[in-house]
Each structure stands twice: as C-alpha cells, then as structure tokens.
Design a binder for this molecule. Sequence first.
Ligand code: G
Ligand code: G
Ligand code: MN
Ligand code: NA
Length: 250
Amino acid sequence: LDLEADLRRAILKDAFEPAFQPIVRLQDGSVVGHEALLRWNHESRGVLAPGEFIGVGEDSGLIEQVDWLLYSRVCGWMARHGEGYVSINVSPRHLRSDDFAERLLRMLDDAGADPRRLRIEITEVALLDDAPRALRLFNILREHGVLVLLDDFGTGFSALSYLHRFPIHALKIDRSFVSGLDGEMHAESLALVRAILALAGTLGIDAIGEGIETARQREILLELGCAYGQGYLYGRPVPEPAAPGKPAPA
Ligand code: G
Ligand code: G
Ligand code: MN
Ligand code: NA
C-alpha cells in the first residue's frame, strides 16, 4: 500500500474531480455559491476524500499538481454553469510559489470563467508562512475580483494583527465550534463564535459558519449575526449540485 505511488499514477491519469457543497444565506437558505472539494477516484479503493491522502500529498509536494488538475475542472464547471461563486481550497504550498496568481488567472481565462466568481480558501497558518509574498499574491488576485476566505478560522494561530493587513473577504468559522453550539461544549462554543463574529464585524468582513448539521445550530448562528453557512443541513458535497438562487433542501 504505497499511497504516494498511487497518487503519482492518479496525477498522470487525471483521476480527480470536484464535489460541490452549497454555501447559503442563513436567513432564507438561498444558495449563494459552492465550495469545491477534492475527490480522488482511486483505481481500487473507490472515491477518496482529502482527509485520506492530503498528508501524503503535502509531504511529497504532489498536492500542488493535484490542485492544478482540480482547479482546471472547477474552471470548466464554472464556464458551463453561469451562476454563483465557487471557492477552492488552496494548499499553503501554493503561497510559496512565485506565479500562483498568474497561473490561476490564466487558467480561468483559458476556460472562459469569470474570475469575479472565484474565491480561494486558505488557512491562517498559511498566512504566517511568508506574509509579504501572500499579500502580493492576494492583491493580484483581488485586482481581478478573486476574493480570499480564511478557512477553519479559530483553529490556527489567529494572529489578529495579520487580519487587518490582509485583504480577507470572509472568515469561515471552523465546524468544531459550530458543532459545539448545541453540544456539551455549548457555553464555550457560544463564547468563541460570538468573539469571532465580533472580530469579523469590527473588521467589516463576512462570516460563514461551517459544518452546520442541525436547525438549532443554524438558529444560534443567525441570532449571533452570522449571515452565511454551509453544512450537511443544507447539502453534502456532490458532483452536480443544484443551481444557486433556489433554496437548498433543508
Ligand atoms: O476528508 P475531508 O473532505 O474532510 O478533508 C477536507 C480537508 O481537505 C479540508 O481541510 C479541506 O480544506 C481540504 N481540501 C478539500 N479540497 C481540497 C483541494 O482541492 N485542495 C486542497 N489542497 N485541499 C483540499
Ligand atoms: O477544511 P474545510 O472546511 O475545507 O473542510 C471541509 C470538509 O468538511 C469537507 O470534507 C466536507 O465534506 C466537510 N463537511 C462539510 N459540511 C459538513 C458537515 O455538516 N458536517 C461534517 N461533519 N463535515 C462537513
Ligand atoms: Mn475549505
Ligand atoms: Na474549514
């Protein structure tokens, strides 16, 4: 069982596909966009989620090639489906490359996809790695309308001093806090989510609650002032999602 060798072969075969999960306005459940999540059609093990191979991909560096194959699929999908935004997950490795922004913009252009419909998700830790380089990259992307979302917010460094220096469009509140809202860690999760939303409000940026599974979690997030959300309550990641605008079946 050599996952790295399998991954190399899969890259040659272009064996990756996006699954799209709806992102909704919590007030009315209307779909505003989708997060594209990586899926690997493994030759013998079936469809693998990133949790099963992202570590090997990061350690070997192969994740960069996998990401580009996926982004190409996503750009094609965007060109065929004219509504809503799509957010892609970006490995911290890309922030260290000199031409990530240029290459992504070229790919969008080649596919005939509007860059103003693309958003990138990066984690806090990736920001701390090489801040000046990341800042340059974000500025190039933003000039073309590609917005930046901070993924898994609250689990990383939460270097507050960085937040206002980067052109961040929205924070994605990590699902561990969201699932805690109606669980045993109710009080703690409530305090943390309230603090994150206050921070977002102060900085004038949007918040997206991740991993919403229950109506109660949605209700609490709305009461706390979180405008957007995503999670199994609204839809699982699927290859061909419903068009934006319509309420997700929740
Ligand atoms: O296995 P699971 O689907 O729970 O894994 C999700 C993790 O994989 C998240 O951390 C997510 O950000 C990451 N991820 C999902 N899709 C992609 C992708 O296309 N590229 C990269 N680099 N990471 C991804
Ligand atoms: O780190 P990131 O937020 O990109 O990871 C997204 C991961 O979370 C994906 O693997 C996705 O399948 C998973 N996910 C999305 N919604 C839910 C949910 O409501 N519950 C759980 N447990 N996982 C979810
Ligand atoms: Mn994400
Ligand atoms: Na996340």
